[in-house]
Design a protein around this ligand. Structure first.
Ligand code: SAM
Ligand code: SF4
Ligand code: F3S
Length: 430
């Protein structure tokens, strides 16, 4: 039996798909990159904005045609949208064989193996971590889920509904998995969770303790983590990070808004002043740290003054990079029914202004890198012949020229120039 997995959404979903692929392969199924060739197609879905859900409905429509040609084809939907829609999804698309939520991956395996049809399982009783696995695209990297779910209740966000309450994975399992991955050639790990800084609270340990242990693993070269919540990114954690040599100097800290009134309506639990103070502390301990963020524009009742506070914050912090979103009401979240929803044309106009500002700041940050030397981990081939693309500790991509295949290797590069938004480097040694 051959299977194909298609993934939408965040890095957590990508990692879930890799784990699922390993699980199915170890049960005797074969993976195929070609959906036309597959007996089983699994769509791992996202619900964070409605565009993510619309794309899945589009795909399900296309697969209905494929199933007509291949009546034995079985289609399964998993992930956040499956969790969110449950039974309703089966009603919308009757050609689906099963709907399995974020807690039900091994249940889905049972359904695949036993040939069951029209099954729905979205129970959220006990979260089951699967063994971490290599990144199938970049086999020298791995994502390792350390905590599942989120105990925050940001008023715009569907994730607490689709992923449930926080559950930490035992530290020993995480360390054993990383050691095994390193023995198999992994040099960089990404510790994953919706809010990694909460790790361990439910099992009597902490994120700080975990980082110290992971940093000790021999053969591992780089550690990243995603995502942090500013409220939980405390000074003692920053101090610890600054002392660990394998921790990459790149931090993603979603701010969402610069207006204290909007932050309160979002239930983010911090203020403009707290956020800037935290960033200043990070930079006082690690002056070279790169910082990125997420920003939502057009949250209900956001005024021009509120939005200008967001612009002010972006000017002040000078993020190396930002993911910028227009607020999208998600059914069942408090913000969806808040009064004074912002008209679409105002949202569009505001996000464009924000994008322009961020682009000029990102460009300035990239220009500062010209002439400097960095170590990059080469990940992929570039657009041109003999070109390779690697990533610095700061998570910036650098293109270099080489006749030798460098994928999976660390090389030192000097940045020659900035071409568009790409840093162009030359190899110093390899
Ligand atoms: N746990 C992370 C955090 O604390 O920010 C990530 C959550 S979410 C998967 C990723 C980003 O999507 C959020 O940071 C937020 O900016 C954006 N997002 C979530 N819900 C949204 C909504 N209803 N409309 C627009 N953007 C949204
Ligand atoms: Fe969503 Fe907020 Fe949790 Fe992030 S911290 S997943 S934005 S509820
Ligand atoms: Fe990720 Fe989307 Fe779920 S962003 S946590 S896959 S709603």
């Amino acid at each position: 039996m051959k299977f194909f997995i298609e993934t939408y959404g965040c890095q957590m979903n990508m990692s879930d798909s890799f784990e699922l692929r390993t699980l199915l392969q170890s049960s005797g199924l074969n993976y195929t990159d070609n959906e036309e060739d597959a007996d089983v197609i699994i769509i791992n879905t996202c619900s964070v904005r409605n565009t993510a859900e619309e794309r899945v409905f589009g795909r399900l429509g296309y697969l209905k045609g494929l199933k007509k040609k291949k009546p034995n084809l079985r289609i399964f939907v998993t992930g956040c949208m499956a969790q969110n829609w449950g039974e309703r999804l089966l009603k919308e698309a009757q050609h689906i064989s099963g709907v399995f939520g974020t807690y039900s991956r091994s249940k889905m395996l049972e359904a695949i193996m036993s040939g069951q049809n029209q099954v729905v399982d979205i129970r959220m009783d006990r979260y089951e971590f699967l063994p971490s696995t290599i990144d199938y695209v970049y086999p020298f990297k791995a994502s390792v889920t350390i905590i599942h779910g989120c105990n925050h209740a940001c008023t715009y966000c569907i994730v607490p509904k689709t992923r449930g309450r926080e559950v930490s994975r035992p530290m020993k399992d995480i360390i054993d998995d990383i050691k095994r991955l390193v023995d198999n050639g992994v040099v960089e790990v990404l510790l994953l969770g919706q809010n990694v800084n909460s790790y361990g609270r439910d099992i009597g340990t902490s994120f700080k303790e975990l980082l110290k242990e992971v940093n000790k693993i021999e053969g591992l070269r780089r550690i990243r983590f995603l995502t942090s919540h500013p409220v939980n990114f405390r000074r003692d954690l920053i101090d610890t990070i600054s002392e660990l040599d394998k921790l990459c100097r790149y931090f993603h800290l979603p701010v969402q808004s610069g207006s204290n009134r909007i932050l309160k309506l979002m239930k983010r639990g911090y203020t403009y002043e707290y956020y800037v103070d935290m960033i200043n502390y990070i930079r006082s301990r690690m002056p070279d740290a790169a910082i990125s963020t997420d920003i939502i524009v057009g949250f209900p009742s956001e005024t021009e003054e509120d939005f200008e506070m967001t612009l002010k914050l972006v000017e002040e912090v000078r993020f190396d990079f930002s993911y910028m979103f227009v607020f999208n009401p998600r059914e069942g979240t408090p913000a969806a029914s808040m009064p004074e929803q912002v008209p679409e044309e105002i949202k569009t106009e505001r996000i464009q202004r924000l994008i322009n500002l961020q682009h000029s700041i990102s460009r300035e940050s990239n220009l500062k890198d010209v002439g400097k030397t960095f170590e990059i981990l080469v990940e992929d081939v570039g657009k041109y012949e003999n070109q390779y693309i690697g990533r610095t500790t700061y998570n910036k991509m650098v293109a270099v020229e080489s006749k030798e295949n460098l994928i999976g290797k660390f090389v030192s590069v000097r940045i020659k120039e900035l071409s568009g938004s790409t840093l162009i480097g030359e190899i110093i040694n390899s």
